[in-house]
Design a protein around this ligand. Structure first.
Ligand code: SF4
Ligand code: SF4
Length: 292
């Protein structure tokens, strides 16, 4: 079955459908809107340089103030609390908006905001050869546990100190330093090794967002009556998620980017708002499969 799907994906890529560039119907402009949001977020990062008193954005992706609301990356807040063995309430409160957003809307930070993902996707558009197909696995979730343990043992927020997301946002805001070599290395991986290898195999920030979004309300839904198993959605997905084979890991790895929606030539994929039953359990299992 997997071989058949891989063959269909290859046929789809060879016909020019890879990277979600063709077959777009319905929410065709979703990818464009996502790019606008990604670039606006990156552009705002530079604002302190040319508009020091701007009321919109101040800070980096790790810690910032957006329209007066303090925001902190949940992993950074968690690492600081574990490293210092004390809850820093202002830091924790500033992580709450991002935690709530992930719990309801999923990994939208990954799909719509993360500067590293933006860099990967822009670099990927210059890629000419198909590269290794890498599936997501549980490794980032184990690494998340490892970094939290290391923070407790060393007494420092270990991943936050070396995070390429932090490095890239400092580079955007203040200019490149030596540490930017790490980001360049990851972009080279994107070009010559595999799409979003860092996200699928390493990133503990994405892993924490994945855990927070396990029971999210906004999910990807597949209309099985319309789906022809052409593989367009799988080929479009940079996270290596096969929405035809749902499971916990697939749900947690999905960034709700919408590329699969835009790529489906049959209009079989859509966002769906999952209702809750009275008892509290989710009405549908993610990814929901349905037929009209
Ligand atoms: S997995 Fe990490 S690097 Fe990838 S998009 Fe998410 S936060 Fe960014
Ligand atoms: S399954 Fe669809 S929405 Fe989820 S990450 Fe893949 S392309 Fe994006």
């Amino acid at each position: 079955m997997r071989r058949l799907r891989d063959l269909r994906v290859r046929m789809y890529c060879q016909s020019g459908g890879g990277n979600g560039e063709s077959g777009a119907v319905g929410l065709r402009n979703l990818r464009l809107w996502r790019r606008v949001v990604q670039l606006t977020a990156a552009g705002l990062m530079t604002a302190p340089g040319w508009w020091p008193d701007n009321p919109v954005w101040l800070g980096t992706y790790i810690s910032s103030r957006f329209c007066g609301i303090a925001l902190t990356d949940p992993l950074a807040a968690l690492e600081v609390a574990i490293a210092g063995k004390a809850v820093v309430w202002p830091l924790l409160w500033s992580a709450v908006p991002l935690i709530l957003a992930a719990a309801v809307l999923g990994r939208i930070f990954c799909g719509w905001i993360c500067p590293l993902n933006t860099a990967f996707e822009i670099a990927g558009s210059f890629r000419r050869k198909p590269q290794r197909a890498l599936a997501g696995n549980w490794q980032p979730y184990w690494l998340l546990g490892g970094f939290l343990t290391a923070s407790a043992l060393i007494g420092l927020p270990v991943f936050t100190l070396i995070s390429p997301i932090g490095i890239l946002s400092r580079t955007i805001a203040f200019g490149a330093g030596f540490e930017a070599v790490f980001v360049v290395f990851l972009v080279c991986l994107e070009l010559w090794y595999s799409r979003k290898a860092w996200c699928k195999k390493v990133c503990p920030v994405g892993a924490l967002y994945g855990l927070l979004s396990r029971f999210r309300r906004c999910r990807i839904s597949l209309d099985t009556a319309r789906c022809t198993r052409c593989g367009a959605c799988y080929a479009a997905c940079g996270m290596g998620v096969d929405i035809g084979s749902p499971g916990k890991l697939a749900v947690m790895n999905c960034s709700n980017c919408g590329d699969c929606i835009a790529a489906c030539p049959e209009h079989a994929v859509s966002y769906q708002w999952i209702k809750r039953r009275k008892g509290g359990a989710a009405k549908h299992e993610p990814f929901e499969s349905h037929s009209r």
